[in-house]
Design a protein around this ligand. Sequence first.
Ligand code: GLP
Length: 263
Amino acid sequence: MEIIIQPTHHELAAITSLIIRDALLKKPNLVLGLATGSTPIGLYKALVKLHREEKLDFSNVTTFNLDEYIGISIEHPESYHTFMSKHFFDHVNIPSENQHIPQNTTKNHEAFCTSYEEAIVRAGGIDIQVLGIGTDGHIGFNEVGSSLSSRTRIKTLSLSTIKANAIHFDGKIDAVPEMAITMGIGTIMDAKQCLLLASGEAKSEAIAKAVEGPITAMVPASILQMHPKTTVIIDEAAASRLEEVEYYKRSYANRQKLMSQKQ
Ligand code: GLP
């Protein structure tokens, strides 16, 4: 795992956008795995800025979102379809047929989940998967206890996730859908690269467990320790409970030094 610690959310969003920009310049038909939640909003803003100011071209990009609630319409203001249009898709040139978000309206969820997995394979697999993390260490909607090799499927949300997400539903716990379709942990692990983002003190415990704790289904993000190319990009507050901060900072500085010598 590569750990990048930045002063604030602003810098972590900027750095992540540059990682994606560089990958996109190398591979115009990049396949991006996308996340929702408050954490990646800054990243989407930064990518939209690159599109507007540097003409970063997304016309050959394909995207797959991690998850979507079941039980609310895709037009609902808090659906992940609405979120993605509002924060990203309405502002860049990704063809709509290349945008994939789990369909919550299907009657045959099992067939849909299989077809989602097949569509990812047909696209050539996910090149970069963007991830946030729940305060309990979940990724996507792979709640605590999820199989570490799970595939796209339906999950019931934990009480902790329902409570955390209630802020998006006027604080009303009863308004938060209880179920969702989510890529599995095995699906996420198949991505060629994962970028795990977190900011704020509230995420510090989850980050410490995911990065420095044992690999366990009780902290789903901890499986990323087994991924060959995961970069954890966090701010100082989210890094505050990590034990090896000095090492992570020095490693990152050394990698930067090597990169600048190459150029
Ligand atoms: C939800 C999403 C996750 C996200 C998490 C944290 O559970 N399904 O993908 O990482 O919330 O969201 P936030 O970034 O708002 O803290």
